[in-house]
Design a protein around this ligand. Structure first.
Ligand code: ASP
Length: 277
């Protein structure tokens, strides 16, 4: 074989080996990065801002204090679920609830949204109308920014509508679609759906769908997605890949069993739900 051809073949083999090694390393790196980001996700989501006849965020504040380890943090508060657009009044109510704690709570407004969220040590998203909240998040191009930050260990705290948007989509909200968001796809920080303010009370002579029927309809149309239904006074906490259901009441998990039948079961306070991740 002529010297030149031998050289060409050697070069080809070396190139192939080089590309194989690079893509193998890249693959491992990407997997590591993914696992790392999941490990660091810190999410605390409440069914509601009030529990029973308690005051505004009364039940949530001590939990949030422990979650954030009492440190002085800059928190970006997203008030877009409010339909009256009086964002400063909403944020004031939140600041008042936290006035004993060392947080600086900055209101995220449409004109400063990206910068305030980007600079924040923690993100807090309040309740109201879920469609309006997601609509404005899309409008302000915040969806990817929030998701990226939370995937890089910025704590996320939300209640009601702010809890709904941590799911892959908002199809299990109790709200009416008062405005059309660009998409029903939400942050997808958790791989299952949330139903806040959950109860399945059926008034006498009521002929409309029950809450459970509505949630089961969602599961019929979206087969792969379980739903964690959170009664008021309960919450989910995710830290170090450990997802726990907490609070004063029992919750409900809607899922498909081994035979693919729509099923629901009670979840109890303190229960480890990490198998849903
Ligand atoms: N409207 C609720 C809230 O944010 C959300 C819901 O019920 O889905 O308070």
């Amino acid at each position: 074989m002529p010297q030149g051809s031998l050289y060409q073949i050697q070069k080809l083999i070396l190139n192939a080996a080089y590309y194989y090694i690079i893509s193998f390393a890249k693959n491992i790196f990407e997997k590591q990065a993914y696992i790392f980001s999941m490990d660091t996700n810190r999410i605390l989501i409440f069914s509601s801002s009030r529990a029973g006849d308690g005051g505004y965020l009364e039940m949530a504040v001590p939990v949030i204090k422990t979650f954030l380890a009492g440190r002085a943090l800059n928190i970006a508060f997203i008030p877009f679920a409010s339909v009256d657009n009086n964002y400063e009044a909403y944020a004031e109510m939140v600041r008042l609830a936290f006035n004993e704690l060392p947080y600086t709570i900055t209101t995220v407004l449409p004109e400063n949204a990206k910068i305030v969220v980007e600079k924040a040590d923690a993100i807090m998203v309040g309740g109201g109308n879920t469609f309006k909240l997601l609509h404005d998040i899309y409008d302000c191009q915040l969806l990817d920014i929030i998701r990226d930050k939370v995937n890089k260990a910025t704590p996320y705290i939300g209640w009601s509508a702010g809890a709904n948007i941590t799911a892959p989509g908002i199809g299990t909200t109790n709200d009416m679609p008062v405005v059309a968001p660009k998409s029903f796809n939400a942050l997808g920080l958790l791989p299952f759906q949330i139903n806040p303010h959950y109860n399945n009370v059926i008034p006498t002579n009521h002929n409309g769908e029950t809450r459970d029927q509505r949630l089961q309809e969602f599961m019929q149309m979206n087969p792969g997605l379980p739903i964690v239904a959170l009664p008021e006074g309960t919450y989910l906490q995710l830290e170090a890949n450990l997802l726990v259901f907490k609070g004063d009441y029992e919750g409900t998990l809607f899922y498909r069993d081994e035979k693919d039948a729509l099923t629901k079961r009670t979840i109890i306070a303190g229960e480890d739900l990490s198998f849903l991740l």
